[in-house]
Design a protein around this ligand. Sequence first.
Ligand code: NDP
Length: 323
Amino acid sequence: MNHAIRVHEHGGPEKMVWEEVPLPDPKPGEALVRQKAVGLNYIDVYFRTGLYKAPSMPATIGMEGAGVVEAVGDGVTDIKPGDRVAYAGALGAYAEARCVNADRLVKIPEGIDFTQAAAMMLQGMTAQFLIRRTHAVKAGETILLHAAAGGVGLILCQWAKHLGATVIGVVSTPEKAELIKGHGAAHALLTNEDIPARVKEITGGAMVPVVYDSVGRDTFTTSLDCLAPLGLMVSFGNASGPVAVPDLGILAAKGSLYVTRPTLNTYTAKREDLVATAKDLFEVVKSGAVKIEINQRFPLKDAAEGHRALESRKTTGSTVFIP
Ligand code: NDP
């Protein structure tokens, strides 16, 4: 017996249907995972609405989970039945059991439970590549971060502080401002403030070398205005809608700026990068420097409730579904 949340047509959370689906047999190279927890990510909203397209419909949405291997297909040698595993970036996660390419799985180390693993793989590995590789955050730097109380945001706040950076976080409510201050942000700005003016004041006119912007359409230009000359704009999400490619002259006018639109897929495409990224994440969490805050839990069959909460900006930190 197996159940999944499937989307037969794109639209609102009401399009997510809990239904009986076949228990899949692992094909060569795959492992069947009995899931103990599934992570909610903003990308799930994009696949539900149709901003991002699944290869076929109906689609089981969801990209991240953790559980126990039940069976493996031919050629799988590193992973065996009984192993505790987790993954991110594999469409089809909103299911009680599902198959995943074994080379996308990592073993969960001792000291990390299934819900923590499901909450951290996608958001935590994203935070890892953003502050270690897209721009290697250095001690003494001041960085600007949008949606700082969210899943990726709350991890970034803590990790950047751990690396010695001064974090300026932007959030939409005073409650979220308090939350990020308790998680490493030195400064909490509200979305209705004049963000470039506040950044100027905080940095004594220097502005910041890097902005991490996952809000997208609503904040793109504001973010450019917060950068120091030669600064890097990291546009890594579209919570308010996608960013249209600007006239590149704007980058010259605002100080020879750089822009990148990175994804976790690229940064973990090679197996060795996936393993190294996950290892760095597990270590910083086990050390206590970064806490994975699971502030919302829902039964998997009620995943639509999670989507409603996420899209109405009511969630903070990470959200997990329990099958
Ligand atoms: P969050 O928990 O950060 O939730 C989204 C937050 O964005 C909200 O809480 C809200 O915070 C803010 N926001 C601003 N404008 C809007 C809007 N119009 N509608 C809804 N929310 C808005 O989500 P995740 O941590 O799952 O993901 C954060 C972002 O990172 C997403 O854009 C996601 O696509 C991106 N991402 C990108 C990856 C990549 O590989 N490039 C990988 C993982 C995530 P507030 O109320 O404080 O403004």
